[in-house]
Design a protein around this ligand. Structure first.
Ligand SMILES: NC(=O)c1ccc[n+]([C@@H]2O[C@H](COP(=O)([O-])OP(=O)(O)OC[C@H]3O[C@@H](n4cnc5c(N)ncnc54)[C@H](O)[C@@H]3O)[C@@H](O)[C@H]2O)c1
Length: 262
C-alpha cells in the first residue's frame, strides 16, 4: 500500500457518520471540518439554530456532507429527537463528539448556585445524557461506535475561579473512563481530549491580563492552541482502525500545560 492509501485505511472515515453536539461552536465546528475532510458525514447539533445553519453552510462550502438539528443537551427527550433525526437522515451513527460547554468565572465565595447547576447540567449531565442516548443506537451497529468527550486541563488540576467548570471537566474524564469500561466488550469506545487554551466564546471573557500571563507562564509552548491542532488527536481516538485499542483515554492537547510545574 502506498502512503495515502495506507493512511486512509488506518484513519479514514469514508461513509461514516459523526454527530457533533456543540458543533456550531469554535472547537465543534473545527472538529466537524476535520472529520468531514476525512470522509465523515456530519450532523451538526447545537442549541443555537442560526449558528447551526452557518456551520453547515461553511462545511458544505468545503465539500463536506452535513446536516443540522437543534438540541439541548440538558434534555434527554431533545437528544432522543436528535438521534432519531440523525438516523432518519443518515441511516447510522458511528461517532459522537460531545462539544457543548459553558463557563462562568468567579471567586469561590461568589459562586452562584444557579450558575453551578447550569454549568454542571450542560457540561457533565449533558455529556452523560448524550452518551446514554447514542450508545443505545451504537450497540445496534454491526461495527459499534466511538465517542469523543471534551475534557480540559481542569480535568487534571483545577484552574482558579472556574469552580463549576473545573468540577464538570474532572467529571467528564471520570465519566469517560467509566463508560469505557462498561462498553469495552460491546464495541463502543469512549475517549476524551483535554484541550489547553484555545480562546473562544465561552472562555475569552475570563482572560484578563493577569490570567493571560499565568497561562503563558504555565504553557511551555508559550502560546494558545489553534483549534486545528485538536483534529489529529480527535481522528486518532475516533477512528475505527487506528484507535481500535484505545478506550478510556484522556489525551491532553495543551502545549505542555499539564506536564509543567514552572
Ligand atoms: N476553547 C477552549 O480553550 C477550550 C478548552 C478546553 C475545553 N474546551 C471545551 O470544548 C468545548 C467546546 O468549547 P468552545 O471553546 O468551542 O466553546 P464555544 O462556546 O465556541 O462552543 C460551545 C457550543 O456549545 C453550545 N451549547 C451550549 N449550551 C448547549 C446546550 N445546552 N445544548 C447544546 N449545545 C449547547 C453553544 O451554542 C456553542 O455553540 C466545551 O466543552 C469547552 O468546555 C474548550
Amino acid at each position: 500500500m502506498k502512503n495515502a492509501e495506507y493512511l486512509n485505511d488506518l484513519f479514514g472515515m469514508n461513509g461514516q457518520v459523526a454527530v457533533v453536539i456543540g458543533g456550531a461552536g469554535a472547537l465543534g465546528l473545527c472538529l466537524s471540518t476535520g472529520l468531514g475532510k476525512n470522509g465523515a458525514k456530519i450532523v451538526v447539533a447545537d442549541v443555537n439554530p442560526d449558528a447551526c445553519q452557518a456551520a453547515v453552510d461553511k462545511l458544505t462550502a468545503e465539500g463536506i456532507e452535513a446536516v443540522w438539528k437543534t438540541v439541548n443537551v440538558t434534555d434527554k427527550a431533545s437528544l432522543i429527537e436528535l438521534r432519531e433525526e440523525a438516523l432518519k437522515l443518515t441511516g447510522k451513527v458511528d461517532m459522537l463528539v460531545n462539544c457543548a460547554g459553558i463557563n462562568v468565572g468567579n471567586p469561590f465565595l461568589e459562586v452562584d448556585p444557579d450558575h453551578w447547576d447550569k454549568i454542571l447540567a450542560v457540561n457533565l449531565k449533558g455529556t452523560m445524557l448524550s452518551c446514554q442516548v447514542f450508545i443505545e443506537s451504537m450497540l445496534k451497529n454491526d461495527d459499534g461506535g466511538s465517542i469523543l468527550n471534551i475534557g480540559s486541563v481542569n480535568s487534571d488540576k483545577p484552574l482558579s475561579r472556574v469552580f463549576a467548570y473545573a468540577a464538570s471537566k474532572a467529571g467528564v474524564v471520570n465519566l469517560t473512563q467509566n463508560i469505557a469500561q462498561e462498553f469495552a466488550s460491546q464495541g463502543v469506545r469512549c475517549n476524551a481530549i483535554c484541550p489547553g487554551f484555545f480562546p473562544a466564546e465561552q472562555n475569552r471573557k475570563l482572560l484578563d491580563e493577569q490570567r493571560v500571563a499565568n497561562i503563558m507562564n504555565g504553557t511551555p509552548m508559550r502560546r494558545y492552541g489553534d483549534p486545528n491542532e485538536l483534529v489529529g488527536a480527535a481522528i486518532l481516538l475516533l477512528s475505527k482502525k487506528a484507535g481500535s485499542y484505545m478506550t478510556g483515554s484522556a489525551v491532553y492537547v495543551d502545549g505542555g500545560f499539564t506536564c509543567s510545574w514552572f
